[in-house]
Write a protein that binds this ligand. Structure first.
Ligand SMILES: [Zn+2]
Length: 256
């Protein structure tokens, strides 16, 4: 199969997968089944017909409203589909067919779902963080970063912050880092290896500090307002997966 065909097919598959990710983003925090009932309007409960399930185009054709009750349908739905489609097309072009493509696409899908669920609900569901860590480690036996780096990554990502958090809790009686964040770091370590999970943690911390400082300066939030650290981790991990290797190379260069 020529590359152009592979990229196009992967992009189309990505649009459909994006549609499923929307279901995950909406239903997982409510602990609803991902399969039943079939997609319906969240306001009037009418079951959607096949053409209303067509990614992106349905939203555009309906001008972002339900056909029956005319409730607004969030623009986030088509944006998630579009982003997932572009991600699939880009990854197919970048990696070509193989285990690395499968690994990176699974990881990317998990990051998209975690990004939105943490942003909206401040939770990071275990089926993705813990389940994903296991999947990432298994895949590391057949593709990057290799099982040794993956194992060190999930230990650095998960175990060390977990011990620090426990020590902090024991000393100060307050929770410094959420357990969801720790499990998400283990997930990132399992998929990307130990160097890139450290890069992700550093970038997410900087990003979180900048946004937090901005919010304090804008007097929008008080100090109690919890920032969605998982959302920052998702952005940073996405960057690390795409462009992290040259950054690590450059950094390690200082010690040669
Ligand atoms: Zn409706």
């Amino acid at each position: 199969m020529t590359t152009a065909w592979l990229v196009a097919l992967s992009g189309l598959l990505g649009l459909a997968v994006g549609s499923f990710l929307n279901v995950c983003i909406y239903r997982m925090p409510l602990e609803q089944s991902l399969v039943f009932p079939a997609s319906h309007c969240t306001n009037c409960n009418r079951k959607l017909s096949w053409f209303e399930n067509v990614p992106v185009l349905a939203w555009l054709a309906l001008r972002g409203r339900c056909r029956t009750c005319h409730t607004r349908i969030s623009v986030v739905y088509p944006l998630v589909e579009l982003f997932t489609g572009v991600m699939f097309a880009w990854a197919a072009w970048q990696y070509g067919p193989g285990w690395l493509l499968i690994s990176r696409l699974l990881f990317g899908c998990m990051l998209i779902v975690l990004f939105f669920i943490d942003l909206r609900h401040r939770i990071l569901p275990n089926p993705i963080t813990v389940g994903g860590t296991i999947v990432g480690f298994i895949l590391s036996f057949v593709t990057a970063p290799g099982w040794v780096s993956s194992l060190i990554g999930l230990v650095i990502g998960g175990l060390i912050p977990l011990l620090l958090a426990e020590a902090y809790l024991w000393l100060r009686k307050i929770e410094g880092l959420g357990m969801g964040d720790v499990k998400m770091l283990a997930l990132i370590g399992a998929f990307l290896g130990w160097q890139l999970v450290l890069l992700t943690l550093a970038m997410a911390s900087i990003l979180g500090s900048v946004v937090g400082l901005g919010m304090i300066l804008a007097r929008r939030g008080d100090m109690k307002y919890a920032l969605p650290f998982g959302t920052f981790l998702a952005i940073a991990a996405m960057f690390a997966a795409v462009a992290g290797d040259p950054v690590v190379e450059w950094y390690m260069g200082f010690y040669r």
